[in-house]
Design a protein around this ligand. Structure first.
Ligand code: URA
Length: 209
């Protein structure tokens, strides 16, 4: 069964509290999403393989370590996932970025894919899908389905707030995909928003509505 990693770091918890506040404006909300994404990414990349190399320091030759092995791609789920890209690429600048457009059908809340553009070598990369809100899990499952179809074998899912329903849904459909989140909330309301959540993350990042 996939692991659920809740990043209980005080800085993450503090920043999520600021995100929740309905009085937090677009600029600050956007900055917070990016910063929290960076902290969660730090944990999600904890198992990256290392290899030993030698580097000459001004004093001596050092046996030291660098990241090795398969390369990484981040895949934000449009639109809100875009808000996490700056933060994660600040940590892993060499990563490539794929884009996955999925929208929630307003009546059924089902996930509909409308766009996908991935790096050519995606099958050779490990993939971390990013979306601030894991609510019903429909978009997450649809995104993971699509990325698996492209031949990717190592996928992680990163969000900032999740619901128990979303976690169960992803775990049921994709037990091999670890989930990294800042917090798990109570559940979903009748409109499938996370309670208490942060509201509509896409609207708050981009200042729409
Ligand atoms: N998407 C959001 O932006 N917020 C929610 O609470 C659920 C889905």
């Amino acid at each position: 069964m996939a692991n659920l990693h809740i990043i209980n770091h005080p800085l993450v918890q503090h920043k999520i509290s600021l995100l929740r506040d309905k009085n937090t404006g677009t600029k600050e909300f956007r900055e917070l999403v990016s910063e929290i994404a960076m902290f969660i990414c730090y944990e999600a990349t904890r198992d990256l393989p290392l290899k030993e190399i030698e580097i000459e320091t001004p004093v001596a030759v050092a046996k030291t370590k660098v990241i090795s092995g398969r390369k990484l791609a981040f895949v934000p789920i449009l639109r809100a996932g875009l808000g996490m890209v700056d933060g994660v690429t600040a940590l892993v600048p060499a990563a490539k970025i794929g884009h996955m457009g999925i929208f929630r059908q307003p009546d059924t809340k089902e996930a509909v894919k409308y766009y996908s553009k991935m790096p050519d070598d995606i099958a050779e990369r490990d993939v971390i899908i990013v979306d601030p809100m894991l609510a019903t899990g429909h978009s997450a499952v649809a995104a993971i389905d699509e990325i698996k179809k492209l031949g990717v074998s190592n996928i992680k899912f990163m969000c900032i707030v999740c619901s128990p329903e979303g976690v169960d849904k992803v775990r049921e459909a994709h037990p091999d995909v670890d989930i990294y989140t800042g917090v798990m909330d109570q559940g979903l309301n009748e409109d499938k928003y996370i309670v208490p959540g942060v509201g509509d993350a896409g609207d708050r990042i981009f200042g729409t509505r």
